[in-house]
Every structure is written in structure tokens, then in C-alpha cells.
Write a protein that binds this ligand. Sequence first.
Ligand SMILES: Nc1ncnc2c1ncn2[C@@H]1O[C@H](COP(=O)(O)OP(=O)(O)OP(=O)(O)O)[C@@H](O)[C@H]1O
Ligand SMILES: [Mg+2]
Length: 222
Amino acid sequence: MGLVKALRNRRATNRSLPKAPSGVQGLDEITGGGLPRGRPTLVCGGAGCGKTLLAMEFLVCGATQHGEPGVFMAFEESAQELTQNVRSLGFDLDDLAEQKKLVVDFVRVERSEIEETGDYDLEGLFVRMGQAIDTIGAKRVVLDTIETLFSGLSNTAILRAELRRLFRWLKDKGVTAVIAWPGTSPKLPASEGNAACTSPSRSRRARSSATCVRLVWGWSLG
Ligand SMILES: Nc1ncnc2c1ncn2[C@@H]1O[C@H](COP(=O)(O)OP(=O)(O)OP(=O)(O)O)[C@@H](O)[C@H]1O
Ligand SMILES: [Mg+2]
């Protein structure tokens, strides 16, 4: 495809799909402006490839440059650990929280409880996340990583149903969301997540130091 045609196509895509800048310059360039606004984007990648830093950059960029407050739902690291990790990068999460531009909420998930009861739904998370969003009028949300929530679930049908509900809930809230997932994609039948992940029209790769992060947007579970 010629350069002119490619640029024309990109402009047409941008018109039909508003974008929220991620703050990562190269990523915003190759995605024609950032992540799809008001939609969830699944960010997949191995350990240490940059999922958390990308998610944090996305929230800090929104809060400081675009007047879009953000909520970071953390399932692996506490607010204190996250704050300490990114301080050397110039991100002052305490200051953003004081200015009501950011909420970091650490949700401790006991995997054994999920496994034992077998009775599982995301209602509690929706209530908690909804409160955090409403408190500061958040426009951006990060969930890092939802694999922690679902790791005890062997029932694929429940997993799919709950993921679908989560994506729908985020869309209904109208927030631009980043959902981190370690590895290539959630453990779904190949015809579901993998098909979406490898679709060249929907995925883009952003180079990181060690390996790569794969972004999947407009991702649908059925
Ligand atoms: N403040 C920092 N200064 C320099 N490098 C950092 C800093 N914080 C993280 N890193 C490095 O950046 C890379 C990406 O880290 P990040 O925590 O985003 O990875 P991740 O994909 O979330 O990993 P995991 O799946 O283990 O959570 C890692 O190599 C990490 O060591
Ligand atoms: Mg991480």
C-alpha cells in the first residue's frame, strides 16, 4: 500500500474511532493517536515486558496532560509499591492522588477462596471500581492484572461470561480502559481470544526493552 493511501486510511480510521493518547510517543504514532476512547484495550505480554509501566504512563498522561482523571485497580502490587516503583521515572502518584486526579486501589485476591467456593462473579469489583471512578470522575481505568482474578477458575464458560460482563461494564461506564494480562491471551478457546489477538487489523505491537507488548482492542468475547 502506498504511503499516501496508508495515511488517508489512517485519517479515516481516526475520524471514526476517537483516540486517547497513551503518552508513549511511538505507540501513539503507530496507533494513529492512542488507544480507542471509551473502550477497553487488552494489553498482553510476558513478565517484565512493560504492561504496568505502559498502564501507568497512560494514566499519568491522561491526568496531567488531558484533564482525564484515572483509576488504577491493582491486583498484584500495593499502592505504596507502585508509587515507589515509578517515582524514579518522575511520576508522583501521591501528588496526583491529592489533586484528585488519580486513585490507586489495591484489591487483595485470595486465590484459594475462589477455588474453594467455586461461586464467583465480579459484582464486588464493579461496586468498588464504580466508587473509585465516581469519586474523581475518572475517564481512564487500568486493571493490572485481571489474570489474578481468574487464576482459580477452571470453568471456561464462567470465565468467558465474566470477562464479557467486565468489558461491557467498562464500555457502559464510558471509560478508556487498559486491562493487563500476562502472556499471550486469556485462557480461552483458540477460536475466541487468539483469533482476536492475531488479527492484523486489530492488533499492534509496541516494542519494549526486552520483549513486546501486544495490544488488542475492540476485543469481543462473543
Ligand atoms: N522505575 C523504574 N526504572 C527503571 N526500570 C524500571 C522501573 N520500573 C520498572 N522498570 C523495568 O521496566 C520493565 C517493565 O516493567 P513492568 O513492571 O511494567 O513489567 P510488567 O510487564 O508489568 O511485568 P509483570 O508481568 O511481572 O507485572 C522491567 O524490566 C522493569 O524492571
Ligand atoms: Mg506488572
